[in-house]
Ligand binder design. Structure first.
Ligand code: SF4
Length: 211
């Protein structure tokens, strides 16, 4: 099976397993998508969702994040991994959006990756979740692991993995594929002890016998 056919088959089968696969982060505005996505690095979406309701209520605008004392923001994020840096990135991004982008979260990859703490993965999530724009494929730890196990890439570098996946996936499915792989990685193809017996992809997966 060539790469395009295999990817289409994976999307078809996982689409049936996870018909409502989409981001599990809670947010309202585009800037809240950005904040939640920055916070989600090395942290579960469930944990981020426990923290953000109070955060979004307290900081109701981009300007509020930009002008808050940094120590206050850090204190409000203290239960999140790497909260000091994440608070710095959120505040610096808020300031840059106000000063350089007329107080609007940018809608292009090129502009989004100029924001502090924002690389392609975060930018892809923001573009897709906030604006419905598919400009690439968000490669998180699950997508990285599953793309390798399924033989869709041989790379470890997320940017190279993304390029491989983009070659075999129609652009309209880019964000969908990312969500499907994330769901399957959480539920079945876990980092430790993947449940091959329960996996709908086992007959087309070259890693169906790994421990
Ligand atoms: S067969 Fe196993 S390794 Fe392959 S996708 Fe399924 S759970 Fe993962």
């Amino acid at each position: 099976m060539d790469g395009k056919k295999k990817t289409a088959e994976i999307i078809k089968r996982l689409g049936k397993e996870y018909p409502s696969a989409e981001t599990t982060l809670d947010f309202g505005s585009p800037f809240e998508v950005l904040v939640a996505t920055i916070l989600s690095a090395q942290t579960t979406d469930a944990h981020v969702n426990r923290v953000t309701p109070a955060l979004f209520k307290k900081y109701g605008s981009i300007r509020a994040y930009a002008e808050a004392p940094l120590e206050d923001l850090q204190k409000d994020l203290a239960s999140i991994n790497f909260y000091n840096n994440k608070a710095r990135h959120i505040q610096a991004s808020a300031r840059m959006i106000i000063e350089k982008y007329d107080s609007e979260v940018p809608r292009t990859m090129e502009e989004l990756v100029t924001l502090p703490g924002v690389a392609r993965k975060t930018a892809n999530i923001v573009l897709s979740a906030a604006f419905g724009i598919n400009e690439g494929i968000a490669v998180d730890t699950h997508v990285k692991r599953l793309a390798n196990r399924l033989g869709l890439t041989t790379h470890r570098d997320p940017v190279k993995i993304e390029a491989d996946l983009m070659k075999t996936t129609p652009s309209g499915e880019w964000s969908h594929l990312s969500h499907l792989l994330i769901y399957h990685g959480r539920k079945v193809c876990k980092a430790l002890k993947p449940d091959h017996a329960a996996c709908v992809l086992r007959d087309i997966c070259p890693s169906a016998d790994i421990n």
